[in-house]
Design a protein around this ligand. Sequence first.
Ligand SMILES: C[S@@+](CC[C@H](N)C(=O)[O-])C[C@H]1O[C@@H](n2cnc3c(N)ncnc32)[C@H](O)[C@@H]1O
Ligand code: SF4
Ligand code: SF4
Length: 361
Amino acid sequence: MKTISNITKGIKNIRSVLYYKQINILPRLLRNYIFAFFRINENVPAPLELQIEVSSLCNLRCEMCHIASRAPSDQTKQITTDQFRTIIGHSSPLMRVAFIGLGEVFTNKDLFQFFIHLNRQNISLFFYTNGMLLLDKNIDALIRNDVKEFGVSFESAIPENFEKIRKGAKFSTIVNNIKKVRERYEEANKQIEISFGSVLLEKSIQEPENLFSIIDIANDLSVSLVNFANVANIKESGLDKYYSDATENAKLDKLFARLQEYADIKNTRIRLPKTSLSQGECRLPWVAAFVSVEGEVLPCCALMELGDHDEMVSLYSLGNLIHQPLSEIWNSKKAIDFRRRLSSSEPYECCRKCSYYTGVL
Ligand SMILES: C[S@@+](CC[C@H](N)C(=O)[O-])C[C@H]1O[C@@H](n2cnc3c(N)ncnc32)[C@H](O)[C@@H]1O
Ligand code: SF4
Ligand code: SF4
């Protein structure tokens, strides 16, 4: 049963990222999922999705984010247009790029050039933003370059709680910005799919009105999906006890069931993490590559939230995409070793504490 559900999940993932013009690379995409599924660690086809951290600069300081622990000189880095072109060229062919990592996408001053470059190459784009910098000129650039989807992060829709978690943010500004995006896309007669990324914190489990309020506002703003997720290391959010203690776990189950019921009534699509821990669930190092703001290729984006930036890079970097093509990096000794460990009962330390590994992200 689990096998069938994994295959179905894989096919859904593929469909969600596939556009008709890219149908010719479907067999390659399937190969990545097959290698991931059967845990074949060598000669893995280069991924068709690249996750890029385009800026390590951020206008906020959210309570659960590791950005503040980076050295000050690491909090102002930006990928330049030349570096971006090299990274994309070194990874071609690509089907999808996601701007993910620590930092706020809209602080990168070359961002519009990246949109143009991806659009010309027919590579689809997804990114997460904190929503504060969805200014007119940025919305115009999204429309001009036919960006079809992005996510906004929301941990509560109760303004004072939201602003306590997302330090430096103004709740009303973000809501108004989302409304403006909708209006401007409608005026341009174009479609935009906006989803919410919502990290679960102990406070939101203890005061569930924070979570219900997100469903309400998602409904008001015609958001396509609310993706509730655990932080990369659940010990840090304090949610580990809800997984290790049977009584607390039953509470979590009950809460998620109520949330799902409420979302169904509101006709709002939500995704919730699993409420039981498993082992060895992660397949990211087979299907997508993460590139840090310095061009370092890492097995996944979760590493940025799992420890000190420099330490993660020095321990787990597989190579640098500004200086080498992805084909040299993706099946390097280090990459094969990382996948082998992840497939074994002795994964690296980073994986052992990761919510992806235990299947609860
Ligand atoms: C790091 S942010 C970067 C994009 C943008 N600045 C934002 O906040 O949406 C990407 C996503 O990671 C989430 N995030 C923050 N801290 C996290 C953590 N410790 N573990 C996992 N995800 C985290 C954020 O809530 C956000 O949805
Ligand atoms: S979660 Fe996003 S907005 Fe918040 S501090 Fe981290 S990078 Fe900045
Ligand atoms: S288990 Fe976590 S740390 Fe390990 S590769 Fe997967 S996402 Fe990264």
